[in-house]
Design a binder for this molecule. Sequence first.
Ligand SMILES: [Fe+2]
Ligand SMILES: [Fe+2]
Length: 333
Amino acid sequence: MTTKLILRTGVKAFSNGYVYSRFCTGELSFCRTLPYKQFTRPLATKDDVEKNIQKYKEGKFGTLPDPDKLDHFRKSNDDKKQATSLQASTEDLPPLGTHALPHPIWTERELHSVEITHKPPEGFVDKAAYYTVQIMRTVFDVISGFKWGQTNEQKWLKRIIFLETVAGVPGMVAAMTRHLHSLRRMQRDYGWIHTLLEEAENERMHLMTALQLRQPGFMFRTGVIVAQGTFVTLFSFSYLISPRFCHRFVGYLEEEAVKTYTKCLKDIEDGNMQHWKTHPSPEFATRYWKLAPDATMKDVILAIRADEAHHRLVNHTLASMKETDYNPYKPGQ
Ligand SMILES: [Fe+2]
Ligand SMILES: [Fe+2]
């Protein structure tokens, strides 16, 4: 049976499985024997989404109802009246970060007690990881020109944005590799995957935060694409050969990240970035890190630095463990 749907393009699938539609013209044909209901998902109304966002903001994330059991959720596409009410513009979409994975929320004391630390490399693998990071950092500093001249907001944002596009790669590659190993070998994962995915998302949130203040241009985006293609390829092969090298590499990368954000905080305290002491935190960042309503960019950078220090600890720990050891970090820790 051929089922033909007249849909309008711009259909957006949310991670929680609901579909929010933007209607414009277009046609999709499904020439399979699938019954109609099998490839359509219940649609959430704008009100449903807003209610859930409100509950999320109030910290009732764990008590959200199962949407499949809600009567007011759409059960089929036949109701054209309701379809009209599902029209949504970009402004209607849930706020950035609403569906974020669990992650640590730092106390005031934790935010201010982050220190620059270094784990001395032990053995060939550690040394290889350490010197790889040092070479990468030196090359990046020279190419980006960050060290020359005075720092300013533009320079900081460029540096943060570029580095965070790279920092989000290892967790995702490592999680995917362990996931595929688990499937292929038909063995359990020992609980590492969620921590790695949380790290990847957390790094991506650092990127999303910086993007609230600056949108990169064409050349910058081209550089990011080239860097991502290269780094994903090299890191993926490296993870297949030596997960220990990769986690140690990330551990040393995070040591550098803590240094970078500490330097940024110093610049905010008494350098060229003092306006970030009063620059309001982007709404998304305030929500994601559960900051005070009057939080500033300084508070955001403190939270990001605490995240990096956490990644430093997690990856040095994972690098020192056997692949079959249980992950000591529970979700959100
Ligand atoms: Fe980061
Ligand atoms: Fe990090």
